[in-house]
Write a protein that binds this ligand. Sequence first.
Ligand code: ATP
Ligand code: MG
Length: 565
Amino acid sequence: MNAPDSSTAPAHFIRTRIAREMAEGLHEQVVTRFPPEPNGYLHIGHAKSIVLNFAMAAEFDGYTNLRFDDTNPAREEQRFIDSIKTDVAWLGYRWKNECYASDYFEILYGYALHLIDRELAYVDEQDADTIRAQRGTLTEPGTESPRRNRPTAENRDLFERMRAGAFPDGAMVLRARIDMAAPNINLRDPVLYRIRREHHHRTGDDWCIYPSYDFAHGQSDAIEHITHSLCTLEFEDHRPLYDWLIENLPVPSRPVQIEFSRLNMDFTVMSKRRLTRLVEEGHVAGWDDPRMPTLAGLRRRGFTPDAIRAFCSEIGVTKSESIIPFGVLERNLRDDLNVRAPRRMAVLKPLKVVLTNFPEGETEWLEAANHPQNPEMGSRQVPLTREIFIEQDDFLEEAPRKFFRLKPGGEVRLRNAFIIRCDDVVKNDHGEVIELRCSFDETSRSGLPGADRKVKGTIHWVSAEHAVTAEVRLYDRLFDVPDPGGDKTADFVDHLNPQSLEILQNARVEPGLEHTRSHEFFQFERLGYFVPDPDFRPGRPVFNRAVTLRDTWARLEAQLASGRT
Ligand code: ATP
Ligand code: MG
């Protein structure tokens, strides 16, 4: 079963085209594949491709294969295969077959011999630099290799000995024999096989020659009877080569390649090469660091598969390159969690408040709704005591006129409780506020005449006696410029945002939250949506903020900061 996300999604050129082909009876069913190279973790860009491939197959009665494009053993590892499977399944998709390009190495080898026998491939002993130099440019044709017209029998013998291990690494390559003057440089006798004594994570030391990505990719699709090879735009120029290979090989089917634009997002980097550097150089805590755009990172941060799929539907599929604001992804998460996350109270930076007219040593249990719009989510009992904590930010001694939280002599409503007035401010020797002494208005409780009495602000709080100390991790953008990879004058790591992670060791959360299960979501009122981190232990709760709320006072805050009051 696959995640249901496509039926309500807007039309795009790939869906329209496939629908037309199906109406014309060109295919019985649509077969797609998601073809990652197992050399890193999947990121949000891959999610776009996953959602597209699975949605198209599901919509047109077909299926999707998960195929590992494992033709470059130097950078591929089993742990990446495992993580990719975890991530695709987590997104809600079930692939039909788990395939590996390496399973086709023998078939691909046979295809290479087929080309040699038809004088469509030759062995070339020139080194890589020479071959590159002979490729020519967009305006100048390439130069033919002196080996180009070698007799077939000699090519076959050399290629068989390449496979048998008769030559050292890099001694020669197999090249397609197409056209050194072709306007498309990919057709200028591209390399099909290289000699590399590299241990492969699946085939071990069986092979010392490996097919190029271009030789393996299209043929793997054909072997699997993929009807639509959906890929990103950078492969558009390779399509003539893929078509040439399919044309000239005894492949069992003819896939159609359709290209779409990659997903780019601001304030992050998306290429695996850059993400690998962030991990290997320790700029982040690992592939699943909650600031990473990887699916593992987003999951740890608190993103849901539903939010990611909704995001992928929203951004659509086109052929034009664009940069999507990270905030669009966050909005999708907020929309999802707003519906499903129960409300709780937590205080990130506690300031002690003594309710002077509340009896000492007593606990009063107040009824608090778990969700303001959804009574079905029930309610809970929240303890109230003489000493409580409020957020340091919710008190200002010298407050501007439009500051609607607590100030000396001012009133504010405590969420789920009553209105309090700040009577006294207690400071330490350094003049820092360490305690507020407040009195509460008994008549302003729910059900009493003053329950509707209007005060401008409502703030959250926890009982000092009952609250549980927790570590809370707040995240911001990983980079402090919108396009860290686009700056040609600096290394992208120079643009890392030093404020991307804030750890609060002394937060206080409502009792009960110390028993949170993994991937249980909460809205901490007025603060955002939170999930337990994998570091969460009994007795040491650790929460990640997945995303902030779009709360009314954040805007006011910004206005205050810019002096526009
Ligand atoms: P990277 O450049 O991040 O290393 P890649 O394209 O080399 O990515 P692959 O493992 O080859 O990574 O990608 C598997 C599939 O995911 C490919 O079909 C590729 O087109 C697609 N894909 C990769 N990045 C994106 C992206 N940013 N947006 C959409 N699709 C993507
Ligand atoms: Mg790739």
